[in-house]
Ligand binder design. Structure first.
Ligand code: CP3
Length: 349
């Protein structure tokens, strides 16, 4: 099917042609996951979280679950940003209730443990999930591929786990910038292949999650967030010129302006601390805005939810805008609140 026909069919893609849609398309970051009983039922059948990511039949099923329930405008392939280090042969485990644990890489010499030519078998499984999902997805629903941004993935690879300050990667950046650059370059290379493979398998657009972009001084932000993202987006655009790219530089604050102007992304996903004024005024007119409901407000529900949803929808009514959360959905969120949110955004409440 010609790309334009497809774009008109998928509301999610029409905003990337500059259309301000009423109601706006909606999907939610981490829309597949533990807040859904049907996800928990499948999760209980596999031992390891990564095993779920690498079993296309099950990964496709959990990708489709939230779309069936809430008729979102987009599905996001079920995988994780830490598939990339795992596919590179770094040891990655998800410890129940604690999050990811990696066999930390602490110096440039230890980069020898990574094997960039080993990624294909694991990447192929994710590509197969994408292909399966595309087959079963309603024609009007877009499919999003994703990866972590080099900086955010590096913070886990170097720290060995999540942290509040990303001290491991930040210290490495100051002590040995050239060494860290080798890791970042390697991540750029494999991420181009990873995203490109997801697009070839049927993803309509991709999102780059830079969840830990916000903890850097402005010079470091430029070096480790803007520059790697610009190179990654540039290389991807060479291969797939028409495929939209959304960036999520969580916590970027006022630096979001440079991020939007310099990285080449088509859309910017904003976290919930970003003022609405800033989202309309600081982001260029051609940049699609995505966001930015506080995930805790969705969890809380009540009248405050309706009020803020109305405010967001009104504020962005003249703009190419995608309704989303400012970060991933919280596992304790009642699914009824999600159904209500979709109703509110679509004007049925
Ligand atoms: O529905 C979707 O959005 C698709 C699937 C998806 C997952 N992770 C599944 C997942 C996506 C897009 C991600 C992205 C991701 N993973 C990010 C970027 C977005 C963000 O939240 O900041 C990051 C930083 C990760 C790394 C990660 N994965 C952590 C820190 C954790 C543990 C904390 C947690 O939320 O549980 C995960 C685990 C994870 N990834 C789960 C899911 C559904 C829960 C694990 C389980 O079900 O056992």
């Amino acid at each position: 099917m010609p790309a334009q026909k497809m774009a008109s069919e998928r509301r999610m893609l029409r905003v990337f042609a500059g259309e301000a849609l009423t109601p706006p398309p909606i999907w939610l970051m981490r829309q597949a996951g533990r807040y859904l009983p049907e996800y928990r039922a499948i999760r209980a059948r596999v031992g390891d979280f990564l095993e779920l990511c690498y079993t296309p039949e099950l990964a496709a099923e959990v990708t489709l679950q939230p779309v069936r329930r809430f008729d979102f405008d987009a599905a996001i392939v079920f995988a994780d940003i830490l598939v990339v280090p795992d596919a590179l042969n770094q040891t990655v485990h998800f410890v129940e209730g604690q999050g990811p644990r990696l066999d930390a890489i602490r110096s440039a010499a230890e980069l020898a443990r990574l094997n960039p030519s080993a990624t294909q078998p694991k990447f192929q499984r994710v590509f197969e999930t994408v292909a399966r999902v595309r087959q079963d997805l309603p024609r009007a629903t877009a499919l999003i591929g994703f990866c972590g941004a080099p900086w955010t993935v590096a913070t886990y690879m170097v720290g060995g786990q999540g942290s509040v300050d990303q001290a491991g990667a930040r210290l490495w950046a100051y002590r040995d910038p050239q060494g860290l650059q080798r890791l970042i370059s390697l991540l750029e290379d494999v991420s181009v292949e990873y995203l490109s493979g997801q697009i070839d398998a049927g993803a309509d657009l991709v999102q780059i999650f830079d969840s830990w972009a916000g903890n850097l001084p402005d010079d470091q932000f430029r070096h480790w967030v803007i520059e790697p993202t610009r190179r990654l987006v540039g290389r991807l655009k060479q291969r797939h010129p028409g495929v939209p790219v959304i960036g999520f530089p969580r916590g970027a604050g006022p630096l979001v302006r440079d991020y939007a102007r310099e990285t080449g992304v088509d859309g910017v996903s904003c976290d919930w601390t970003m003022p609405l004024q800033c989202m309309t005024q600081e982001l260029p007119g051609h940049t699609v805005v995505q966001g930015n409901l506080d995930p805790l407000l969705l969890l809380a529900g009540g009248p405050a939810l309706a009020c803020r949803v109305a405010e967001l929808v009104t504020h962005f009514s003249q703009r190419a805008f995608i309704f989303n959360l400012g970060h991933g959905i919280q596992p304790q969120t009642p699914p009824e609140n999600v159904a209500r949110l979709v109703g509110l955004v679509r004007g049925a409440d």
